[in-house]
Write a protein that binds this ligand. Structure first.
Ligand SMILES: Nc1nc2c(ncn2[C@@H]2O[C@H](COP(=O)(O)OP(=O)(O)OP(=O)(O)O)[C@@H](O)[C@H]2O)c(=O)[nH]1
Ligand SMILES: [Mg+2]
Length: 358
């Protein structure tokens, strides 16, 4: 049984439509990895195809410290995953990635405090937290001391065990393993579901395993069309959009979500979404009608076919200094007084309110 060095799928030459296919008998990577690396063409999407159970079962058999990789921009979707539930009572080192997408003004200390606090709130006990700096432009340790910090954390925490990278699809696990090993053998791509099997790598006297990422049930990324992934997943630092709001104001994020803020007094709403995402501001009173008439047209992209696919979440607590987080999409930080917040999203998508990250 030979495995593809790029994605970990078992290589086969029988079925071109199944994972691990290569027409060549001596190939070391599958056709999909070849195409992803050379043409950024994912051919087929495996977003829905990876069984969480089989990944977790395989990881269970390893004697390894779990290095839980979370995309800092999509932190909540990463946190509320089945892996986290599975990993309770296990030793976890949390690694925050894609730091460069967030504003530079939020320092290391503040970010790590935020992570520890948020995990504590969810009953997740961490052995440590490491935030890695931009791995796309600074993949090697001369330019990226955070890679050395992570290796140091491994040395302190692993107690003779191996290391296994786990996390949601697209969190940046494979990019991280490549950076740690100063190589680019493992296939990485902006398509969630790139790694398809367990990949074992030797590092000094221990092993580092890469695993297929899982899809968050409540995330827009799980349900969106492939062509819209480019708009949804930020690749460049996010330029926040700030709105000063008075009265009843509604913000639409493409056709994915709508946030109605009723009774705003001196409110600023700072929106952190991919720079490609179209934001629309209007009046709450007209928002339902706008969505009835324009969902899927001016209000796009979307994952909802009809208005009846949407749910409305109401929040009447104190929203001052809180983020409204929409899984897989981004978040809005509210400062000021708002009487009532209503969030309209597809019924499959999760929304959470948290103390502001930034
Ligand atoms: N901006 C930015 N992008 C990153 C960083 N690290 C990884 N990425 C990008 O995130 C995307 C996903 O990276 P991968 O390493 O393939 O993610 P993964 O967790 O292995 O994904 P799966 O194999 O699908 O589970 C790629 O487009 C990477 O270039 C980072 O530090 N900053
Ligand atoms: Mg991967």
């Amino acid at each position: 049984m030979r495995k593809c060095l790029g994605c970990g799928a078992v290589l086969q030459s029988e079925d071109a439509n199944k994972i691990g296919y290569t027409p060549k008998s001596d190939a070391v990577i599958c056709q999909r990895c070849f195409r992803l690396t050379h043409y950024n063409d994912a051919m087929v999407s495996y977003r829905q195809g990876i069984s969480a159970d089989s990944v977790l079962q395989e990881v269970n058999q390893l004697d390894a410290l779990i290095c839980y990789v979370v995309d800092l921009f999509d932190f909540e979707a990463g946190l509320f995953s089945r892996i986290m539930a599975h990993s309770r009572n296990k030793e976890i080192l949390l690694v925050g990635t894609k730091r460069d997408l967030l504003p530079k003004s939020i320092g290391y200390e503040k970010l790590s405090k935020f992570i520890i606090h948020r995990c504590k709130e969810e009953g997740i006990d961490l052995k440590g937290v490491v935030i890695v700096e931009d791995l796309v432009h600074h993949a090697y340790s001369e330019n990226n001391p955070s890679i050395d910090n992570l290796l140091e954390a491994f040395a302190q925490l692993r107690n003779g065990k191996d290391i296994v990278m786990m996390g949601m699809a697209n969190a940046g696990k494979s990019t991280l393993v490549n950076a740690l090993l100063r190589q680019s053998k493992i296939t990485t791509s902006p398509h969630p579901g790139t790694t398809l099997g367990l990949i074992e790598m030797e590092y000094e006297d221990y092993k580092i395993y890469d695993t297929p990422g899982l899809m968050a049930k409540g995330s827009v990324l799980t349900y969106c069309e492939d062509k819209d992934l480019k708009k949804l997943i930020p690749l460049k630092p996010i330029k926040p959009t700030v709105y000063q709001l008075k009265g009843n104001q509604s913000l639409s994020i493409g056709g994915y979500a709508r946030i109605d803020l009723w009774g705003c007094e001196g409110v600023s709403a700072t929106c952190y979404f991919s720079n490609e995402m179209k934001l629309h501001r209007g009046k709450c009173e007209k928002a339902d009608e706008l969505w009835q008439n324009h969902l899927g047209k001016e209000l796009s992209p979307t994952i909802s076919k009809n208005i009846s696919d949407l749910k409305k979440i109401t929040y009447q607590g104190n929203i001052d200094g809180q983020d409204i987080v929409i899984f897989g999409l981004g978040f809005v930080c509210i400062r000021g007084k708002v009487d009532k917040v209503e969030v309209v999203v597809d019924e499959r998508v999760s929304v959470t309110f948290r103390k502001a990250m930034i």
